[in-house]
Design a protein around this ligand. Structure first.
Ligand SMILES: NC(=O)c1ccc[n+]([C@@H]2O[C@H](COP(=O)([O-])OP(=O)(O)OC[C@H]3O[C@@H](n4cnc5c(N)ncnc54)[C@H](O)[C@@H]3O)[C@@H](O)[C@H]2O)c1
Length: 460
């Protein structure tokens, strides 16, 4: 990968994709009113009515920058659409849920119908698996909609370039875009960031992130049952398939990648990694056919030589740890004490996080999932430039860089990852219920898996 002849740096790429966003941030730049009719209500559509999408809809309806109203929903599976609708319409926010049956859209083109029900300046929530992010975002921009989209926003090089370009187009159109990397909206991490920048722990020399627990979500998959199509099976179990999610590495580990790189104010320039899969059967011997490794240890390197280690594991019975740390020339910090970004965060003199060394510990308990909506809605109401796409793409790309280093057994640079031409699901925008899945199994029902060293150019 690192010897690819024709490479583009991210800076080159942004320079050649217009730069029109500058216009949107110029003094005096005005968008048309969000709603020329004078109606203050911002309408919301939900595309991808699963767990996170339903929660994000609750966040949208709970904002202090209302009024807001949910008016359309779209999904590819009836049970998910109905389940989400029932939850929202049966909740304490039901007055803000106005989604009659003819605005609940089923199908791979449902996203278009849901967005067609909105007016320019309204908000669409994009919470499908990430494979669908770029076509959905593209249509949102065409419809002049503000967007909240979940992480990861890309899973490979070509879609990263596409999303960077779309992000620029959204800014140029004056649209506001939030990305669900909620760490950045956790008040304790914001305070830690300020303290680190002020030199409280000295120069940051080393960072560590860990997410190690048993198999969760759709990390592992048994062979497809007969009563379901390949496409449906893979979308329902998207963490198992690299085209759909980037696998467990991107989906589970991106939050630590994102907030530790933020603490450093930089993205790593390269990654080397080890990874393996210890168990290809359940404890009682049933085969597991997904594409994930169950153990990853990635060493990222920043331009100044600083290292960041991320370790991820999905194995029952092994030591569990799910937290992140920074080490500086004067002291150290706990960033996420547990989970993706849970506080309290704290700083210490020296390298041992013990009570007598503590300098500061956060006390804030604000919900970052709500906070990310407050910032987005405030920007929409006050027409302030707001676009988290570039950061979302970088966090996704750096996740992919670590994953690819483990999957190929090679040192992968940031530019090599951005320029890697392997697009995992090139025709994802053309899928229908009748389509084959972008990845089909072999005759035994198994999918191609990473072969580090043996397959040094591509991940599967
Ligand atoms: N920020 C966070 O902490 C956080 C937490 C959970 C999930 N997420 C992200 O949210 C996204 C969704 O995750 P989830 O846990 O809600 O999964 P989920 O399976 O519960 O929800 C995804 C939904 O999208 C639907 N869908 C799939 N393809 C579609 C398409 N082409 N058009 C319309 N609908 C489609 C599915 O049927 C499902 O209802 C993922 O990107 C995930 O990484 C983020």
């Amino acid at each position: 990968m690192s010897e690819q002849p024709k490479t583009t740096t991210r800076r080159d790429f942004l320079r050649t994709t217009g730069g029109l966003a500058v216009a949107a941030s110029m003094p005096g730049f005005r968008l048309p009113n969000v709603h020329p009719s004078g109606d203050e209500t911002i309408q919301v559509a939900l595309v991808g009515c699963g767990g996170r999408g339903t929660s994000a809809a609750f966040n949208a309806l709970s904002t202090k920058h209302g009024p807001t109203k949910l008016v359309a929903m779209a999904d590819v599976f009836q049970d998910r659409l109905s389940g989400s609708y029932d939850q929202l319409a049966g909740s304490s926010l039901k007055e803000q849920v106005d989604v009659p049956a003819d605005r609940r859209f089923l199908g791979f083109d449902g996203y278009k119908k849901a967005m067609n029900a909105l007016r320019p300046g309204d908000v669409v929530i994009l919470t499908t698996p990430p494979a669908f992010r770029w076509p959905h975002f593209q249509y949102a921009i065409a419809k002049k909609l503000n967007v909240f989209m979940e992480k990861p926003v890309t899973v490979d090089g070509p879609t990263s370039k596409r999303m960077l370009k779309l992000g620029e187009e959204a800014s140029a159109a004056g649209l506001k875009v939030g990305v669900g990397l909620m760490s950045r909206h956790a008040k304790w991490l914001q305070e830690l960031h300020a303290r680190v920048q002020d030199g409280e722990i000295g120069d940051v020399l080393f960072m560590r992130g860990y997410r190690m627990h048993g198999p969760t979500a759709s990390f592992e998959s048994k062979p497809k049952p007969d009563n379901i199509s390949h496409l449906e099976y893979q979308i329902r179990r998207f963490h198992s398939f690299l085209w759909c999610s980037g696998g467990c590495y991107n989906d589970f580990y991106i939050h630590h990648v994102d907030h530790l790189c933020w603490m450093k104010n930089a993205w790593p320039v390269s990654a080397q990694a080890v990874g393996g899969r210890h168990y290809r059967t359940t404890p009682n011997g049933e085969p597991l056919v997904d594409q994930n490794l169950d153990s990853y240890a990635v060493e990222y390197t920043f331009d100044d030589g600083t290292k960041f280690i991320f370790e991820g594991r999905c194995i029952d019975g092994a030591h569990g740890i799910y937290s992140s740390y920074l080490h500086g020339s004067k002291g150290m910090a706990i960033a996420a004490r547990s989970g993706d970004c849970n506080g309290p965060s704290s700083t210490y003199r020296g390298q041992k996080p013990i009570a007598e060394n503590m300098i500061w510990q956060s006390t804030d308990r604000t919900n970052p999932y709500q906070e990310e909506w407050e910032v987005l809605m405030d920007a929409i109401r006050r027409n302030k430039p707001y676009n988290e796409v570039e950061r979302g793409v970088e966090a996704s790309l750096v996740s992919s860089m670590g994953r690819m280093a483990a999957h190929t057994g090679q040192l992968i640079t940031h530019d090599a990852m951005l320029n890697c031409e392997h697009e995992f699901a090139p025709d994802v925008d053309k899928l229908t219920y009748e389509s084959d899945a972008p990845l089909m199994p072999d005759a035994s029902g198994r999918y191609p898996v990473p072969r580090p060293g043996w397959n040094p150019k591509t991940e599967f």
